[in-house]
Write a protein that binds this ligand. Structure first.
Ligand code: CP
Ligand code: NVA
Length: 328
């Protein structure tokens, strides 16, 4: 790590707000930059997982390797967050050995406590949210890279997606919240169709609204309980599982509540003729998405999964103080 990069390190990416007004554009630029400096040379990155992961763990580990570092992934039981020792002590301990601390947690507040525990230390050790009950910001960066490549190929300008329409259909969950935030920052019209009881909270709507006005790119949020209204003329459809990790006991109730909210052939027919379909994965064919749509020509889900690696390179480089074009 160069002294300049160390000095410019940021404390955390817990959700999209932590990027600030210009941060998202910088992360996207870094993510698509062909050559990033080896800012993690000789350094470790700790990754603690309280839940399963395929994409996030593999993309994050390989992003660390690409930046010259060494990833150390742990299941939560190995460190025992708030069982073997307090989350604050886990964070302080891992910061003794690592340049970055990443975690996938059930309770978002655990991440906030880790950031607080590391605040004021002489060397900034950024904390990265690899998915919590509230947010999935690293996924959202990959989602925006996917939308840009599908809807505005070759256009890397900050306003490339301005005015384009993305419809999220299903549970207004962690993935939906972070997606809506990056999409309004990019100037998109975001439509969210969810049944009563599974819609965005007033607090989330306010957070998204604040970001929509931050860049002046005309981003908007439209809420509905009608999937067809959300899909009508949309440039992109997005869905995620109806039952997130940790909610398995509610699966039956959720299947009933989300009946009619599947992204399937008839819903896709409501969208723009060349609309694309996104899903953060893992997918449940026959529930939130039909096999026909997931495997069909409109689906960009594997491109989206691949962008997770670029997104993580961009996120880590940005947190460590690399600016597009060189260290700050
Ligand atoms: N989309 C995503 O975060 O996948 P994993 O749960 O497999 O990491
Ligand atoms: N909403 C899902 C996303 C999985 C990547 C969950 O939290 O389980």
């Amino acid at each position: 790590m160069t002294p300049a990069a160390r000095a410019g390190a940021r404390p955390a990416l817990l959700d999209v707000e932590d990027l600030g007004n210009d941060g998202l554009d910088e992360v996207l630029a870094l993510a698509t930059s062909p050559g990033l400096p080896p800012v993690l040379a000789g350094a470790g990155v700790a990754m603690v997982f309280e839940k399963p992961s395929a994409r996030t763990r593999n993309a994050s580990e390989m992003a660390v390797v690409a930046l010259g570092g060494h990833p150390v992934s742990m299941q939560a039981a190995e460190v025992g967050i708030d069982t073997r020792e307090r989350a604050e002590d886990v964070a302080r301990t891992l910061a003794c050995y690592h340049r970055v601390l990443c975690a996938r947690v059930f309770d978002h507040q655990v991440l906030v406590r880790m950031v607080d525990a590391l605040a004021g230390a002489p060397d900034v050790v950024p904390v990265v949210n690899l998915l919590s009950d509230r947010a999935h910001p690293c996924q959202a960066v990959a989602d925006l890279l996917t939308l840009r490549s599908a809807l505005a190929p070759g256009d890397a300008s900050p306003a490339a997606l301005s005015g384009r329409r993305v419809a999220y259909v299903g549970d207004a969950n962690n993935v939906c919240r972070s997606l809506a935030k990056v999409a309004v920052l990019a100037g998109m019209e975001v439509r969210v169709a969810s049944p009563a009881g599974f819609q965005l909270s007033e607090e989330s709507v306010s957070e998204i609204g604040r970001l929509a006005s931050a860049t002046g790119r005309g981003g908007t949020l439209v809420l509905t309980d009608d999937p067809r209204a959300a899909a009508a003329g949309a440039d992109a459809l997005y869905t995620d599982v109806w039952t997130s990790m940790g909610q398995e006991g509610e699966a039956e109730r959720r299947r009933r509540a989300f009946a009619g909210y599947a992204v399937d052939g008839p819903l896709l027919a409501e969208a723009a003729p060349d609309a694309v379909v996104l899903h953060c994965l893992p997918a449940h064919r026959g529930e939130e998405i039909s096999a026909e749509v997931l495997e069909g020509p409109s689906s960009v889900v594997w491109r989206q999964a691949a962008y997770r690696l670029d997104a993580m390179r961009g996120v880590l480089a940005w947190l460590l103080g690399v600016a597009p074009g060189g260290p700050r």
